[in-house]
Structure formats: structure tokens, C-alpha cells
Design a protein around this ligand. Structure first.
Ligand SMILES: Cc1ncc(COP(=O)(O)O)c(C=O)c1O
Length: 381
């Protein structure tokens, strides 16, 4: 494991001065890079004013209100009510509870190879048995269907509370929806009175070349779940819905979802600053140009394909053995790479969106050298 002493922009530095280019962003968190000066300034300013005051929702806290206002201002108008929590898993929990409470139904449908977090509810709907089985029994009445399988959508019926989907499946190895799949899903949910939940925890905040992937597919979910880049490097999650839906958490019982630290003012201040950077530095638009440059520069006989949108890319190699070698040795080439949870023949490229053209060229040259090294080393065995 690497020890890192400080990080700035797209680089991390070890205590002995080695420099590593981050191609992972802490798994789609550091979209504005490490320690962006405007984010750091916002954190410092808020720390000087106040940190924790009271459990969420009891006192009006300016950073929460300002961030919720800014966020809902850039979202479709149906998504006008924001509930802040601490993490992605917690945001998923809140969304599941909201859907059950709103519909009065219990069945939850999600997708194979999806990842939604590690708490009991989020784990129950996750689409990988390996991580789930040791913790059973989990939440009852859940079902995982195949992503991109139109026929499987038939399973959604009037007993289904919600369908939870990543518009682009990240940990599955960046699997994009094909053939109007999400549109058909939206239709089926509307027909059956089922709430559609988009988990944009990884795809949010410009990562896919759109502020949110739902824009790419021109769809609006009933509940949107956000985390990771939401906090600009600080822990923050949110589930966002319409006021009509969200209001059910206020009665029977009142306080239907409680959090002490949810929407921590320092995290909200950081998140708001980071969102403003994404917008003002035009990081969403330039994301696609940067993606094209990676695709153009990454050419190697070991690469059997590159999937994804924007700067959420999966580089598929001819054999999983090469992937293991490349990731294990990436630091020797001054770059940081990572695995996917449910795809062993590809590695992830998801750098901070602030990465510059010359940094992409350098990273790709290093990667191509590393792939040569993998080829020579594994062939020798
Ligand atoms: C798509 C998706 N949903 C949910 C989560 C869970 O978020 P957290 O780790 O903040 O609980 C993750 C984390 O990797 C994720 O990628």
C-alpha cells in the first residue's frame, strides 16, 4: 500500500517525494482534483463559523440551504427537495425507505452486478452474491434482474415499491444502457406506480460528460441518489425527490428518517464550492474532449476494448491476469489505477475532471509502457 503525505490537483505525493498521477479520483470523488483552492477556502471559512450545531433539520444551517438550493436549481424541477446524509450507502437507505413509505409496498428491484453500498439495505439490493451471502438473512422481498434485458422489466409490477438503477453501471465495469433500456424502465415504473431511483453516486457531477447521466438519457427519476463527488472531497450523501414524495417522511411517524451528522455544514460548504468549480471551470464539457484523448492515446495489443462515457472508462485487457499485473505495478510508473468490484478483465480510468491534456498524454505513455511490461513479464512465465 502507498503512503500519501499530500495531494494537489491530479497528483498525490509520498513522504519520500514520489509523485503519482491519480487516475481513480478516490473512486469518482475528487472530480475537481485534490485540495482545489476554492474548496479548501470554503472548508476553512465554514470551520471558523461553526461545525456541528444540532441533529439534521432542527436548526436552519446556511451551508445546507445554499447547497440544496444550488443543487435543485440545476436539476429537473420535479427534483426539488433534498435530504442530506453522510454517505452513498446512507443515501440509498433513505431512498429505499422513502419509496416503501410512499408506495406502501415492500418489493425492491435492482440489477445484477450493481453496487449500491455496504449497509444492510444497500447490500440487500446489490447485484453480487459474493459480497452478500455471508451476511444473510438480508432485506426480504428484493429481486435482481439483468441490466439491459428488456424482458426482465416485466418483473416490475404493482407490488413493486421501487427500482434502483445506476444509469451507467460502474462497478460492473462501466456498462452503458443500450437500446432505450432506461426509457423502457421509466415507462414500466410509471405504468405500475413504481418509483424509479437513479443511483448517480458515481456518474454524477460531470463524470460522464453530463452534469448527471440522466441528462444524457433525457430521463427524470422519482428519486435521485448522490454522494462521492457531492461533497467535493468531504463525506456527504443526498437523496433528492419531489416535495410531494419526500413529505411522507414527515408523518406516520414524524421524523421518518433521522441523521445526526447528515448535511454537515463543512461538507455542504465544500460540496457547494466544488459544484461551482465544476460549472465555472467548464469541467462537464471538457470531460468529453479528455475522454477522446484517452481513447486515442491508449493503443496496445493487450487492450481488447475501452468502454464508458466521459471520464468513467473501463479499459478491458485480453486476460484478467494482465489486469492484476497492471494495477499492482501502476505506482512504479507513477500512476494510480484501480479494479472494478464485478469485472476482472478491465481496470478503471476515472481521473479528476481537472486533468490537463499534457497530463493525459503523459499518463497514457506511462500506461502503454506498463502494458509492455505486463506483456513481457507474463509471457515469460
Ligand atoms: C454506485 C454506487 N452506489 C453507492 C455506493 C456507496 O457509497 P458509499 O461508499 O459512500 O457508502 C457506491 C460506492 O462505491 C457506488 O459506487
Amino acid at each position: 500500500m502507498l503512503e500519501i503525505e499530500r495531494a494537489e490537483g491530479v497528483f498525490m505525493y509520498s513522504p519520500t517525494g514520489e509523485k503519482y498521477l491519480d487516475l481513480v479520483s478516490g473512486v469518482s470523488v475528487s472530480n475537481t482534483g485534490h485540495c482545489h483552492p476554492r474548496v479548501v477556502e470554503a472548508v476553512k471559512k465554514q470551520v471558523d463559523l461553526y461545525m456541528h450545531l444540532m441533529v439534521y433539520g432542527e436548526i436552519i444551517q446556511n451551508p445546507q440551504v445554499r447547497y440544496a438550493e444550488r443543487l435543485t436549481g440545476i436539476l429537473p424541477e420535479e427534483l426539488d427537495t433534498c435530504f442530506f446524509v453522510n454517505s452513498g450507502s446512507e443515501a440509498v437507505e433513505g431512498a429505499l425507505k422513502l419509496a416503501k413509505r410512499f408506495t406502501g409496498r415492500s418489493r425492491i428491484i435492482s440489477f445484477k452486478n450493481s453496487y449500491h453500498g455496504s449497509t444492510h439495505g444497500a447490500l440487500s439490493i446489490q447485484g453480487g452474491e459474493r459480497l452478500k451471502n455471508p451476511f444473510r438473512p438480508l432485506l426480504p422481498d428484493t429481486l435482481q434482474i439483468d441490466f439491459n434485458d428488456e424482458d426482465a422489466i416485466e418483473a416490475i409490477d404493482t407490488k413493486t415499491a421501487c427500482v434502483v438503477v445506476e444509469p451507467i453501471q460502474s462497478e460492473a465495469g462501466v456498462i452503458c444502457p443500450g437500446n432505450d433500456f432506461l426509457k423502457k424502465l421509466r415507462q414500466r415504473c410509471t405504468e405500475t406506480g413504481t418509483l424509479l431511483i437513479f443511483d448517480e453516486i458515481q456518474t454524477g457531477f460531470g463524470r460522464t460528460g453530463y452534469m448527471f447521466a440522466m441528462k444524457r438519457y433525457n430521463l427524470v427519476p422519482d428519486i435521485l441518489v448522490l454522494a462521492k463527488a457531492l461533497g467535493g472531497g468531504m463525506p456527504l450523501g443526498a437523496f433528492i425527490s419531489s416535495n410531494r414524495i419526500m413529505s411522507v417522511l414527515m408523518t406516520n411517524p414524524p421524523l421518518g428518517h433521522i441523521t445526526t451528522f447528515g448535511g454537515h455544514p463543512v461538507c455542504c460548504a465544500a460540496g457547494l464550492a466544488s459544484l461551482n468549480v465544476i460549472i465555472e471551470e467548464n469541467l462537464v464539457v471538457t470531460c468529453n474532449e479528455k475522454s477522446a484523448l484517452f481513447r486515442q492515446e491508449l493503443k496496445h495489443p493487450l487492450i481488447s476494448g475501452i468502454r464508458g462515457e466521459g471520464l468513467l472508462l473501463a479499459v478491458q485487457l485480453v486476460e484478467p491476469e494482465y489486469v492484476r499485473y497492471v494495477i499492482a505495478n501502476s505506482h512504479k510508473y507513477g500512476i494510480i489505477l484501480d479494479y472494478f468490484l464485478f469485472c476482472n478483465n478491465a481496470f478503471r480510468i476515472a481521473p479528476p475532471l481537472v486533468i490537463k491534456e499534457e497530463e493525459i498524454l503523459w499518463a497514457c505513455a506511462q500506461l502503454n509502457k506498463l502494458l509492455d511490461d505486463a506483456f513481457n513479464n507474463i509471457r515469460k512465465k
